[in-house]
Design a protein around this ligand. Sequence first.
Ligand code: ATP
Length: 620
Amino acid sequence: MTTERQEKRTQAQAAEAAERKKAERFVYQDDEVMEKPFDWAQFSRLAAYIRPYAKQLLPVIIVAMVLGTITKLLVPLLLGYAIDEVGPEGGKNAATLWTYCAAIAGLFLVQWGAGFFRIRFTNIIGQRVIFDLRAHLFKHIQKLSFRFFDKRPAGSILVRITNDVNSLQELFTNGVVNLLIDCVQLVGIIAILLTLNVKLGLAIMITVPIMFVLSTSLRKRIRRVWQDVRQKQSRINSHLNESIQGIKVTQAYTQEKDNMAFFDTMNTSNRKAWDLASLMNQAFNPLIEVTAGVGSFILFFYGAYLIQQGELSIGMLLAFATYVGNFWEPINRLGQMYSQLLIAMASSERIFEFIDEEPTVAEKREAKELQSIKGDISFRDVVFEYEKNRPALKGVSLEVKAGQTIALVGHTGSGKSTFINLLCRFYDPVGGQVAIDGTDIRDVTIQSLRSQVGIVLQDTFIFSGTIRDNIRFGKLDATNAEIEEAAKAVGAHEFIVNLPNGYDTQVEERGNVLSMGQRQLLSFARALLADPRVLILDEATASIDTETEAKIQEALKKLLHGRTSFIIAHRLSTIRNADQIVVLDHGSIVEQGDHDELMRLQGYYYGLIEAQYRFLEEVS
Ligand SMILES: Nc1ncnc2c1ncn2[C@@H]1O[C@H](COP(=O)(O)OP(=O)(O)OP(=O)(O)O)[C@@H](O)[C@H]1O
């Protein structure tokens, strides 16, 4: 029997290990803490977003809140008095009853009106605050430097702008006001209960500590299991995102089955966490009800005794019963609110972490506008490292005359993209200087620099919108005629007019409906329209058909004409036509000159070209 059990256990352990191994393929870091302790400094920072609307809207909310609470507290009292006065001992007539009825109806009306205005105005404030916070965050993120994005996956940035901001929404729309209302209501009820009858009031309050202990200890556990659910859900989301983005690779390597199995594991674990969480929730609510039931039991039992003793009237007992009913509601809600507050604390901490991030490429206070440039570029002993003590450029010096075309070549990781990143000032060098027309690019405004430096990336980014909009991205105020002219100049017009809606054809995000060559031509048109004095081009490595290749070469000639250009070149034809070829290796310029000079040298460049020829011969 024992050996059987042992065998079963070993089998289970083996299965678990296999699952773990499978799960190791995808690692999703749960660096995002779901809850944080309450922090005043952070709360007041959040509250600062309310300030612009406070003067206008807060008075209405406060008046509505106070009116709503007072009327709610008055109703049971009036009910009690009505019963006592009209009852056998009071001896008043039906007219008194009608007066009470009218008064109570009036109170309900006021309560409704107050509730209406309170909800309306808190929602307005909540929405405005979230709108401002999201805008502030997005605006700030747009300004951040590449270093910031190097460290973070796009998904996690997205989560902060969407989920974290949303989790604050509930807090701002209802949370804070409800919290205040509940506190005021609780204090009010306790005061009324003790005033009406101290003995009965105190007797009922015995249940408060029980309720409090139950509520806080259980809620803590419930919070933890819900936290687990959220974490598992967020992992599923990350995996979904990755799976959809990488679906082509998954299908190409026929990994669907494994992928599905992994997803199943995550999905199951999420379901189990959910089951546990909802089970605990279900256990919690009846427990609260039972405790409330104990309160009611004390109320009626002890209340009846006090009536017998002549210390309490029937009306007051009924009033008590209504108050006690209203008593558990805020206590229960306060617990929920507390969880919400802790989640909001974690979210706001993450949001402020981004907002506090300073762009590493900062603009000097005294930065000048870079006037219309000629296009002379110099790199003077430029040193750069992405990570400490791992230089990506080791003292690079280069002089380029306006209008020249420079081909940057070198093995992968030699520093070509880094060179370009520094020229666009996506990063600042740690040593040396990059200058345009003799001016250090750190002394000018980023906007005036980048508006004169155009960049065409290898992986052309196509935004969702029309073809026309995508070209217009180069110059937002371009007319349709200018757009078509640019497209014609680079030879893109022909394929565009053959699309179903010509220039108005909708292309989805990343331009999946367009071929590689078409996307390139589109990005050339975009760059030509922008008409920058300095052009940077990361040439696509993928080979395309010879006809498109010829078109692209033709377009390139147009694009490069009359501007200083830097091309991370992969095509021999582009390299040959360059005025200067700069060969980089391990972050240093190892050779420099035109094609013939470098070939004669039979050095590094010669080796690169030879290797390319050999490769082409082997392939063909
Ligand atoms: N964001 C980054 N963070 C850390 N290191 C980086 C980063 N980008 C590049 N590097 C490192 O800097 C060095 C130079 O990279 P760079 O991208 O400039 O090379 P490259 O010549 O453009 O390569 P490729 O031809 O493959 O694009 C490499 O060692 C690379 O690993």
